[in-house]
Design a protein around this ligand. Structure first.
Ligand code: SF4
Length: 468
């Protein structure tokens, strides 16, 4: 019998720790390539770093196997925690038994079976990733409040027009030179090198995830789909990120190609990843550009017309998610029940994946005061009450994986932050959203009345800062 997921995490943790308690398979097998500027990271949590042209001349696989990453691998093999992986160390250092992404990712099907391959490659050999996330361009019609200018062309445009935000945080600042995106993907050397590597890379992939920017606005995404139509890879799971806020014609074009691939059985499965951090006008505020009417139209088209596709909701849980999160959970539950997997009444096509936002700090959930924290705990209890285990046959609920993510989020938020650090974050929260409202014609106080005490406090700090 297949082990319970939590038992699997436990076993994977023990196996990893036999090598070292900082060893993580994601450093070998998972990569996100930002081809718009030649940066990459393994996994997606650490900051990105550059693949140099000198390295890339030797091998296109240096898009992933950079000299820098090999140093991180060496540290992990020797039991040293790379600082860039602090996302996991924070979870692992939280009191109690928690499973970090080091355990969760290393337990995945694209990592666990290849344990020995990573050991064999060590810290010197080049290795093809099994899980590739690739961004061809930063073209995007959204300006989400936690996003970065080199990830979204709309953010770049705003910064060019208005300059940087007046915050202490430099998170949203105009990018440093090496991160400035190449806007014309046809003249982008990193895209060209990627397509040279692609035939050798493709055969080893178990998960391919196309991200952006907004991938459905980029021709290379459709080039990938066309390649898969011609070249089956039955071990591969394909994922495409989309904000589902694009012109419906792009969703229709993707659905048509996806159906061709799935009807021919060319891939293992296809999942569409979309993002929502809460529901209603609060969600539209956090993800600037989101129109929930258009979002739902595109979502329903996808679910109805591509019946074999699964849809995963990426929730970047931040302090502003709290206010209306229950409504979002109810929406997810309804979808889970409406869209079950064909011939499998016990599983839904809808997945909820909650991760906690770590940057910018002024939007982190660990700034939550008692009242907001209580709401988070109550939402966790709501999820538990609607877990699959508490449902009668045929009814969908939240599964262990989804509950574990929410549980660890509440654990993280409950730790809070040091008082001085918190003051600085409340100051930045006010400064950022005050400027956001001025530039974008929005109104934070109307949308988030529950946050008035935080807003007032930040405003007071900003006024006293002016007087110094
Ligand atoms: S230790 Fe954590 S942050 Fe680092 S690569 Fe592994 S999963 Fe990612």
């Amino acid at each position: 019998m297949k082990k319970d997921i939590i038992d699997q995490y436990k076993e994977t943790k023990e196996n990893l720790n036999l090598v070292s308690d900082s060893f993580c398979l994601a450093k070998w097998f998972q990569v996100t390539l930002h081809l718009q500027n030649g940066q990459n990271h393994s996994c997606h949590h650490p900051n990105t770093h550059q693949a140099t042209m000198e390295e890339l001349k030797a091998t296109p696989s240096a898009l992933h196997n950079t000299k820098f990453k090999k140093i991180m691998r060496k540290m992990m093999l020797n039991g040293v925690r790379p600082k860039e992986c602090e996302y996991c160390w924070k979870i692992e250092d939280t009191p109690g038994e928690h499973y970090s992404d080091r355990h969760v990712k290393s337990n995945d099907d694209w990592a666990k079976p290849y344990f020995d391959e990573a050991i064999k490659a060590g810290d010197t050999e080049n290795i093809n990733p099994k899980y590739l996330e690739v961004s061809f361009s930063n073209s995007c019609n959204f300006k989400c409040s936690y996003c970065l200018p080199h990830i979204s062309s709309s953010w770049m445009k705003e910064l060019k027009q208005f300059g940087n935000y007046p915050t202490h945080s430099v998170h949203h600042n105009y990018p440093i030179e090496e991160k400035i995106p190449i806007t014309d993907s046809t003249a982008n050397p990193y895209v060209k090198i990627f397509w040279e590597w692609w035939p050798s890379l493709y055969k080893d992939l178990r998960v391919l995830r196309v991200t952006g920017g907004e991938p459905l606005m980029v021709p290379d995404t459709f080039k990938i789909l066309d390649y898969v139509i011609e070249n089956p890879n039955k071990d591969l799971s394909l994922a495409i990120n989309t904000n589902l806020g694009v012109d419906p014609k792009f969703v229709e074009k993707a659905v048509e190609k996806i159906n061709k691939i799935q009807n021919a059985g060319h891939l293992n499965d296809i999942t569409i990843f979309t993002s929502l951090d809460t529901w209603g006008k609060q969600a539209e505020y956090i993800r600037h550009g989101l129109d929930l009417v258009l979002f739902k139209k595109n979502l329903i088209h996808l679910l109805e017309k591509a019946p074999k596709v699964r849809v995963s909701f990426m929730c970047t849980y931040n302090i502003l998610s709290v206010a209306n999160f229950r409504e979002f959970l109810e929406f997810i539950l309804e979808l889970k029940n409406n869209y079950k997997i064909a011939n499998d009444p016990f599983n839904s096509r809808i997945i909820l994946d909650i991760s906690y936002l770590k940057d910018p700090h002024f939007m982190c959930a660990n700034l939550a005061e008692a009242e907001l924290l209580e709401r988070m705990k109550s939402d966790l209890n709501f999820m538990k009450a609607h877990s699959v285990k508490n449902k009668t046959a045929g009814q969908m609920g939240f599964d262990d994986y989804e509950l574990n993510k929410m549980e660890r989020l509440v654990g993280f938020a409950s730790l809070g932050v040091q008082e001085n650090f918190k003051l600085l974050q409340l100051l930045d929260l006010y400064k950022f959203f005050n400027e956001h409202d001025r530039r974008r014609g929005t109104n934070f106080q109307d949308i988030f009345p529950e946050y008035q005490p935080m807003w007032n406090f930040g405003k007071m700090l900003a006024e006293s800062e002016k007087q110094i």
